[in-house]
Design a protein around this ligand. Structure first.
Ligand code: SF4
Length: 490
C-alpha cells in the first residue's frame, strides 16, 4: 500500500496583496489519480504565470457529501473567480457535477450570474466531444492549452476591468454552447520547444520511498500526438500532427527538472516514446547521468535497438499493446504490426533481461469477437511457450468508440464482448495473469464519449445517486447496454 505523503514541494504561494484574480484548477477525481498524470502539474504551472492571478488545485473529496476545497488555502469553489476543470476521462463528468452540486453552484450556465465563478472545461475527453457537458460550462476549450495560456491569463485580467468575458470568448479554442460546432478543429501547440514547461513540478514527498512509477517523479513530455493512425485511437486522430521536443530541449529539462523537482526518476510522457527520433541518445543521457526513467508502452516496430539500453538502466518490465491477436485484424484497424514482430520483440526483450511484459488488448475491433478471443489466446500461449521464464500481465479492455475516430460511428456489440470475455478467461492459461475492464463500464464510457446534450440531465440526476452501475440503470430507466443500442446504433 502507498504510504501517505507528508508534504508537497513546488507549491505556488503568492502575497495576497498582489492577487486580484483566483483560479481553481479542478481535477474531478482523487489526488492520486490527478497527480499521477501530467495535466494537473502542467496546468498548475501555466495558470500561475501571471503575478496577479493565483491558481490552486481542487480534487474530488475522499468522503461523500463533503464540500470540495482547494489544497493550497482550503477555499470553497464559490471563492474562486474561475473554475478550470480538466477532464481526462468521461466518467469524471459525474464527479464534477457532484462537486458543483455540493458547492451549491447552479449547474447550468443559464442559471448562473456574475456572482458565480466562470466555469471552463478542457482536456482530451472534452476536446473529442464536449456535448454532454457543454450546457454546464461557460466555455469549453478544444485542444492543447500551452500555446494559448498567457493570452488566456491576459484576457482574464482584461475581463475583470470590462466586467464581461468577451476577451476570453474571442480566444482561439474557447467555445460557448452557442459557438461550438462539429467542424471545430482543436488548437495544437506547433513547437513544443518554445512553450513554457514546468521544471519545478509540484509533487508529494512521502514518508517512505515510493515504487517506481509513483507520484514522486518528474514527468518529461517527449512528444505530442502520434505518427501512427490506429483507427480506434483519439491521440493519433485529433492531436495531429506528431510533434517532438528536440534532444537539446529534453536534456535541459532533465538537468533542471532533476534539481528543481528534486527527483532522480523520470516518467517519459508521449504516445509512442520509443518512436522518438533520438531515443537512443536520450536513454544514453539518462544512463550517463545515472538517472532512472520509465518508458510507457513501446511499439515493437520502433526499429531501434533500445532493449539493451533499457536493460542497462535496470528496468525489468515493459509494456506493449498488440491490441489484438491477429495480424490481419491489426492491419485492418491501422496498426501495422505483425504477430511475428511481436513474438520476435518479446524474445529479444527476454534475452535483454526484461522479466515482465504487460500486454494490452482491445475486444470488439471486429464483428467476430469469438475469433478475436481465440487469436488473443493463441498469441499469448505462443509468447509464453517461447519465453517460459517471463511473467505476463494481460490487460483486456472492451472497445470504447471515441468521437472523431473511425470507430466513432460504429455500433459496438457489447453483448458479444461480455460473452467473449467469459470464454477468454476460460481459455487463458492459468500461469498468465490478466485484468479485464468491466464491459458494463465500457458501455457507460461509450455513451458518454459519443452522446450529446441529452446526457446532461441524465448525469445531473445520476450525481444525486451513488454512481454505481445500479444507479445508472435506475437513472436511464433501462439497462445501459440497451440504452446505448437504442440511442446510438442505427
Ligand atoms: S494506439 Fe498508440 S500507436 Fe496507435 S495511434 Fe494511438 S498512440 Fe499511436
Amino acid at each position: 500500500m502507498r504510504s501517505k505523503w507528508v508534504k508537497e514541494i513546488n507549491v505556488f504561494k503568492k502575497p495576497s496583496r498582489l492577487i486580484n484574480w483566483r483560479i481553481g484548477l479542478v481535477y474531478p477525481n482523487s489526488y492520486s489519480v490527478g497527480m499521477s498524470g501530467l495535466s494537473v502539474k502542467l496546468l498548475y504551472h501555466l495558470l500561475n504565470q501571471h503575478q496577479n492571478i493565483f491558481t490552486e488545485r481542487i480534487f474530488k473529496p475522499k468522503e461523500k457529501n463533503v464540500i470540495p476545497q482547494s489544497l493550497e488555502t482550503q477555499s470553497a469553489l464559490t471563492h474562486f473567480n474561475v473554475l478550470a476543470f480538466s477532464f481526462q476521462f468521461e466518467l469524471d463528468y459525474i464527479n464534477a457535477i457532484k462537486m458543483l452540486q455540493t458547492s451549491k453552484i447552479p449547474l447550468y450556465t443559464k442559471d448562473r450570474n456574475t456572482s458565480h465563478p466562470l466555469l471552463i472545461a478542457g482536456g482530451p475527453a472534452v476536446t473529442a466531444n464536449p456535448n454532454p457537458i457543454i450546457d454546464i460550462f461557460d466555455f469549453v476549450f478544444i485542444g492543447e492549452f500551452e500555446s494559448i495560456a498567457n493570452k488566456f491569463l491576459e484576457a482574464l485580467v482584461v475581463s475583470k476591468n470590462s466586467e464581461n468575458y468577451d476577451s476570453v470568448a474571442v480566444l482561439p479554442g474557447f467555445y460557448s454552447s452557442d459557438s461550438y460546432g462539429e467542424a471545430v478543429k482543436p488548437i495544437v501547440t506547433e513547437n513544443l520547444n518554445e512553450v513554457n514547461y514546468p521544471t519545478a513540478q509540484v509533487r508529494p514527498i512521502y514518508s517512505q520511498p515510493q515504487r517506481k512509477g509513483g507520484l514522486d517523479g518528474y514527468f518529461l513530455q517527449v512528444s505530442r500526438g502520434c505518427p501512427h493512425g490506429c483507427h480506434y485511437c483519439l491521440i493519433g486522430k485529433i492531436f495531429r500532427p506528431h510533434r517532438e521536443r528536440s534532444l537539446s530541449n529534453l536534456k535541459q529539462l532533465i538537468i533542471s527538472g532533476n534539481i528543481e523537482t528534486q527527483s532522480n526518476h523520470f516518467s517519459l510522457i508521449g504516445s509512442s516514446t520509443a518512436d522518438y527520433s533520438n531515443i537512443e541518445e536520450l536513454i544514453s543521457f539518462f544512463l550517463q547521468k545515472e538517472l532512472r526513467f520509465t518508458l510507457p508502452s513501446i511499439r515493437v516496430d520502433s526499429g531501434k535497438d533500445i532493449l539493451n539500453l533499457i536493460s542497462q538502466s535496470g528496468q525489468k518490465s515493459l509494456t506493449i499493446a498488440p491490441e489484438t491477436g491477429s495480424t490481419e485484424t491489426r492491419f485492418t484497424v491501422g496498426k501495422r504490426i505483425t504477430n511475428e514482430q511481436i513474438v520476435s520483440f518479446t524474445s529479444q526483450a527476454n534475452q535483454s533481461g526484461i522479466s515482465q511484459l504487460k500486454t494490452y488488448f482491445i475486444l470488439g475491433l471486429t464483428s467476430n469477437v469469438e475469433a478475436e478471443v481465440k487469436a488473443i489466446g493463441d498469441l499469448m500461449a505462443n509468447l509464453k511457450q517461447k519465453n517460459s521464464n517471463m511473467k505476463f500481465n494481460i490487460s483486456i479492455t472492451p472497445l470504447v468508440p471515441k468521437k472523431g475516430t473511425k470507430f466513432g460511428n460504429h455500433c459496438i456489440d457489447y453483448a458479444s464482448i461480455s460473452e467473449g470475455v467469459k470464454s477468454l478467461k476460460k481459455s487463458l492459461s492459468s500461469d498468465l495473469k490478466y485484468k479485464v475492464f468491466p464491459t458494463r463500464w465500457a458501455v457507460i464510457q461509450a455513451i458518454l464519449s459519443i452522446g450529446g446534450r441529452e446526457l446532461t440531465p441524465v448525469m445531473e440526476e445520476l450525481a444525486t445517486r451513488d454512481g454505481s452501475y445500479q444507479a445508472w440503470k435506475k437513472t436511464l430507466r433501462v439497462d445501459p447496454e440497451v440504452y446505448y443500442r437504442q440511442n446510438y446504433c442505427d
